[in-house]
Design a protein around this ligand. Structure first.
Ligand code: SF4
Length: 392
């Protein structure tokens, strides 16, 4: 039987063994019911959703949410909702692969989309299955994109001298046992043309106790002396910045690692200027750089209830920036589009001004171009907005 909320608060998560603690994750609706009161109707709906998109919530993350508030932002990120049954709705078309990952999959778990960056899918497992995840089609389900042999991935990278940086992603690479992660990183150490390595992880947010592993931290520190190591992480709300999360981040920073944050603008979570400003201020307070704020992608079973229309989003972001100092407002508001990354710069009347900051190799002329689109009421993605001239 799951602990009640009070019992959760009495657990000293700093002292738990992370691998043992993972076994206490809440993965069934019956377990969840012991923590959050659910009606029989809720339970039946949630059972159906969990069959499609598994649920996995660490007890630590559950301790952050308010079980009595159905609109709690932390709850929205972790607990399945009936809205996930909506494949497409008022927001328009959706896809399971908005970022074009599948097209750029080179086998061995490598996604090679831009010439200079290689992304290696190291595991499909995450300590939590976030309800807004854009890799929802992969996470938590067995899939053949998982790296079975990281050495083969490293060989591909060694043969492609244009690759200057590697992103180890997933799933969450910090879910791998430390010796496995060490082996993976070791195979990248010798490759001269790699300038730096990123480990994409939501562990600092949802499972910070993983970062109290001395063996892991001392290895990362050693690796970082040879190749610069970055951890892009993913805080979406200031309530996620708990004392435990702060200490997990501190461990990474003490190992010399730069921690950058890539949040997502999400309806019902952080879609107002005050919450966004509080998030960015909270990040700089713990030494995390606000790096990107992503527009929520048009992902099936995500877009309908999480995406904020661009017309609204651009105003929220510019209002939030007006409340922030220089370091806190360094983040770019970004669309991670299949054609490349696009910065959402701002609006001029009813026109949205965008700047493409990466392009596909076959379209170099598109890199660093300015785009102008007409804002519509519900348009949430580049493809939803009609093209227009800046002057018209
Ligand atoms: S940790 Fe990242 S990859 Fe895993 S479910 Fe959450 S958002 Fe998706």
């Amino acid at each position: 039987m799951l602990s009640t909320k009070n019992q959760l608060h009495s657990i000293d998560f700093r002292k738990v063994n992370w691998q043992d603690e993972l076994k206490n994750n809440v993965t069934s609706i019956d377990e969840l019911d012991a923590y959050i009161p659910l009606s029989d109707e809720d339970k039946e709906t949630l059972h159906n959703i969990v069959k499609m998109h598994p649920m996995n919530i660490p007890r630590y993350y559950l301790s952050l949410l308010d079980p009595n508030n159905p609109d709690d932002p932390i709850r929205r990120l972790a607990i399945p909702s009936a809205e996930e049954l909506v494949v497409a709705g008022s927001m328009g078309e959706t896809t399971t692969d908005p970022y074009g990952d599948d097209k750029h999959n080179k086998g061995n778990g490598i996604l090679h989309k831009y010439p200079y960056s290689a992304l290696v899918v190291a595991t499909e497992y995450c300590s939590m299955y976030c309800r807004h995840c854009f890799r929802k089609r992969m996470v938590g389900l067995p899939n053949n994109q998982t790296v079975e042999n990281f050495q083969n991935a490293a060989r591909y990278i060694a043969e492609h001298k244009e690759i200057t940086n590697v992103i180890i992603s997933g799933g969450d690479p910090f879910m791998l046992p430390t010796p496995v992660l060490k082996q993976m990183l070791d195979s990248l150490r010798e490759i001269d043309h790699i300038n730096y390595v990123r480990i994409g992880s939501r562990v600092p947010v949802v499972f910070p106790m993983r970062l109290f592993d001395d063996e892991l931290l001392s290895y990362l520190k050693e690796f970082n002396r040879e190749k610069a190591l970055y951890v892009p992480t993913h805080f979406n709300h200031s309530r996620e910045i708990s004392p435990l999360a702060r200490d997990g981040v501190l461990g990474l920073r003490e190992a010399g690692i730069t921690v950058n944050n890539q949040a997502v603008l999400l309806k019902g979570v952080n879609d107002n200027a005050d919450d966004l400003a509080e998030l960015m201020n909270g990040l700089v307070r713990i030494g995390v750089n606000p790096y990107y704020l992503y527009q929520c992608m048009p992902v099936s079973r995500v877009r309908h209830h999480f995406q904020v229309p661009l017309k609204e989003g651009v105003d929220i972001v510019s209002h939030a920036k007006s409340l922030l100092d220089g370091y806190a407002k360094r983040f770019k508001f970004i669309m991670g589009h299949d054609i490349g990354k696009i910065e959402i710069c701002g609006r001029f009347g009813n026109k949205l001004i965008l700047s493409q900051i990466h392009s596909r190799p076959e379209h170099p002329e598109e890199s660093s171009r300015i785009l102008v689109r007409e804002l519509t009421e519900n348009g949430g993605w580049l493809d939803d907005l009609p093209e227009c001239d800046f002057a018209s």
